[in-house]
Design a protein around this ligand. Structure first.
Ligand SMILES: NC(=O)c1ccc[n+]([C@@H]2O[C@H](COP(=O)([O-])OP(=O)(O)OC[C@H]3O[C@@H](n4cnc5c(N)ncnc54)[C@H](O)[C@@H]3O)[C@@H](O)[C@H]2O)c1
Length: 250
């Protein structure tokens, strides 16, 4: 077990990539806060983890609210005794053509997908430095942080910012022995993609294997990035996209 007694927070831990990553991190021995605004889902995941023999506590948070993120960090230290990092993963999609991208729709996605990552790293890093605890942040970017998609001006902007915030925070936090990395998933089989089977099939065809990627495949990379085996990966965004960027499906 490579993460024994590490104290970590997973946001968006109730579902999809976050839930599967919580399981993968627990399998390596990490103690976890499973944070989400879906508290029922977070509670269910946390109880699954407890049965595997690690400490796990659910926490209800809206990651777009700085005070709630700060309270989540305090809760983690209170329950787990220290803090060694966070998976800043909670996110939403809100697809609209650019000409209909009103400020509310734009800001909603920026606040949930981008500002949350700043709040998470800021409050957690301050706490970790005060405690003298080293560790790792993993942030969830996207292939849409580097590739424009129709209807995704807000999401493209937020995920591009996550990639750059990952680099910038890695630079600032290296002297404190805190590493910062990101994953950029392709199209992952989670509820965020909605229920349109035709659309999901079309997205799956953008991968070399011609199908959606299961969230466990992102989770295993996330768990690896938290371990010392990944200690030379810093400031980078790791694609988990089954070749999305290497070809065009015509
Ligand atoms: N599924 C994909 O194809 C894909 C691709 C690239 C990136 N991503 C990113 O992966 C991350 C996880 O998404 P997923 O695919 O697992 O989707 P998901 O919908 O299964 O999970 C997202 C979780 O985030 C939570 N959440 C949303 N807004 C929140 C908020 N304000 N505060 C707290 N929790 C909140 C939801 O309740 C949910 O549990 C997101 O950042 C998403 O943008 C997903």
């Amino acid at each position: 077990m490579k993460l024994k007694n590490q104290a970590l927070i997973v946001t968006g831990g109730a579902s999809g990539i976050g839930a599967r990553s919580a399981v993968a991190l627990a399998a390596e021995g990490a103690n976890l806060i499973v944070a989400d605004y879906n508290i029922d889902g977070a509670t269910q995941v946390a109880s699954e983890l407890t049965q595997k023999g690690v400490k796990a506590f659910p926490f209800k948070v809206d990651v777009s609210k700085s005070a709630e993120v700060e309270a989540m960090v305090d809760f983690a230290v209170e329950k787990l005794g220290t803090l060694n990092g966070m998976f800043n993963n909670a996110g939403i999609g809100l697809v609209k053509p650019f000409l209909e991208m009103d400020p509310g729709s734009y800001l909603k996605v920026i606040e949930v997908n981008q500002h949350s990552v700043y709040y998470g790293m800021h409050y957690a890093a301050k706490k970790m430095v005060a405690l003298g605890a080293k560790g790792t942040f993993v942030n969830t970017a996207s292939i849409y942080g580097t590739t424009a998609a129709l209807g995704s001006f807000n999401y493209n902007a937020a995920k591009a910012a996550v990639i750059m915030m990952t680099r910038s925070a890695a630079l600032e936090l290296a002297p404190h022995d805190i590493r910062v990395v990101a994953v950029a998933p392709g199209f992952i089989n989670t509820p965020i993609l909605g229920s349109d089977a035709g659309m999901k099939e079309m997205l799956g065809r953008q991968h070399l294997h011609g199908k959606l990627i299961e969230p466990e495949k992102v989770a295993s990379v996330v768990a690896f990035l938290f371990t010392d085996s990944a200690s030379a990966i810093n400031g980078s965004t790791i694609p988990v996209e089954d070749g999305y960027q290497v070809f065009k499906n015509s």
